[in-house]
Design a binder for this molecule. Structure first.
Ligand code: SAM
Ligand code: DTB
Ligand code: SF4
Length: 324
């Protein structure tokens, strides 16, 4: 496995003719995965809005006036209802998101409880709660958390244009704490925020230089939400989005690359090009955190037309041994 990518090398991957890039991405995909399987993760915002951070893309920041209202942490029973529906619809992973800078106090203990219950339902559990200390990471691991999502969001050189309330290095510290506990890392970024093609290549370089690579790499197309400073940013060329997925696939060959936010405004043809480029995971269910996502039924229909199957959840080791 390669971890020593340079920005120039990754730019060269991006700059290939589209068909060559797609071919290379397919080769990498087929060497490592069943090309007709896609992993399904369902998101739930367990604590919405009122966030003190100033991430310019985010409708949940209290600094911008958007339609998102600040809510309290959801009750565990409600969260479990949503997890059960996600499981029944075929999701293998349930991801709980909170609009926090970092988890604190009793609310954190309540989230630990939610994680234990999701695990008891035999689903993979993921959470995205902001920055973590080593101690918090350890408690999450103990509660059974499989994945922690914490994105680098963008190229470190573009970062200060997007967020001022926490540094890029803070993000790396959190990722280090997650890794140290042996949890799987879900880490990616957002494109379409007015960044240059060099910035996109540099963002993928950062991810591809992580050793080990994040197990899950969400590539988000910016959702332009009214009221955020990014509401009017120019559209990204859709082919540049597909190229970003392909380059992530080539440089992180054994990671799941997730076609993430922005999918509800993509045509089915565009989504299938993303799958061809090596995306093998999606957010599944009507909502992301606060914005809309493709309907689950529509996804099922598209999968049928493309001959794609949902990837099965890995059998827990205890059951594997019992069944052996
Ligand atoms: N508050 C925590 C944090 O920021 O670490 C967790 C939740 S936060 C909403 C998770 C991620 O969602 C962000 O890092 C960002 O990559 C993504 N995100 C937020 N708003 C988005 C938008 N409008 N378009 C695309 N991605 C977005
Ligand atoms: C990620 O990379 N994308 C998800 C998840 N991780 C938490 C969030 C997308 C949020 C899109 C805007 C919203 O719905 O609020
Ligand atoms: Fe808060 Fe996370 Fe949104 Fe940033 S991305 S404003 S930290 S909820």
């Amino acid at each position: 496995m390669r971890y020593n990518w340079t920005v120039e090398e990754i730019e060269a991957l991006f700059d290939q003719p589209f068909n060559d890039l797609m071919f290379q991405a397919q080769q990498s995909h087929r060497a490592n995965f069943n090309p007709n399987e896609v992993q399904l993760s369902t998101l739930l915002s367990i604590k919405t809005g009122g966030c003190p951070e100033d991430c310019k893309y985010c409708p949940q920041s209290s600094r911008y006036t958007t339609e998102v209202e600040s809510e309290l942490l959801m009750k565990k029973e409600e969260v479990m209802k949503a997890a059960l529906i996600a499981k029944q619809k075929g999701a293998s992973r349930f991801c709980m998101g909170a609009a926090w800078r970092e988890p604190k106090g009793r609310a954190f203990d309540l989230v630990l409880d939610m994680i234990r219950e999701v695990k008891a339902m035999d689903m993979e559990a993921c959470a995205t709660l902001g920055m973590l200390t080593a101690e918090q990471a350890s408690k999450l691991k103990e509660a059974g958390l499989d994945y922690y999502n914490h994105n680098i969001d963008t190229d470190p050189d573009y970062y200060q244009e997007i967020i001022s309330t926490r540094s890029y290095e803070d993000r790396l510290d959190t990722l280090k704490n997650v890794r140290a506990e042996g949890m799987s890392v879900c880490c990616g970024g957002i494109v379409g925020m007015g960044e240059s093609s060099r910035n996109r290549a540099a963002m993928i370089t950062q991810l591809a230089r992580m050793s080990p690579h994040p197990e899950s790499v969400p590539i988000n197309m910016l959702v332009k939400v009214e009221g955020t400073p990014m509401q009017d940013v120019a559209d990204l060329d859709p082919f540049d989005f597909i190229r970003t997925i392909a380059v992530a696939r080539i440089t992180m060959p054994t990671s799941h690359v997730r076609l993430s936010a922005g999918r509800d405004v993509m045509s089915e043809e565009m989504q299938s090009l993303c799958f061809l480029a090596g995306a093998n995971s999606i957010f599944y269910g009507e909502k992301l955190l606060t914005t809309g996502n493709q309907d689950a039924e529509k996804d099922q229909q598209l999968f049928k037309r493309l001959g794609i199957r949902p990837e099965e959840q890995p059998t827990p080791s205890s059951r594997r041994i019992a069944n052996a």
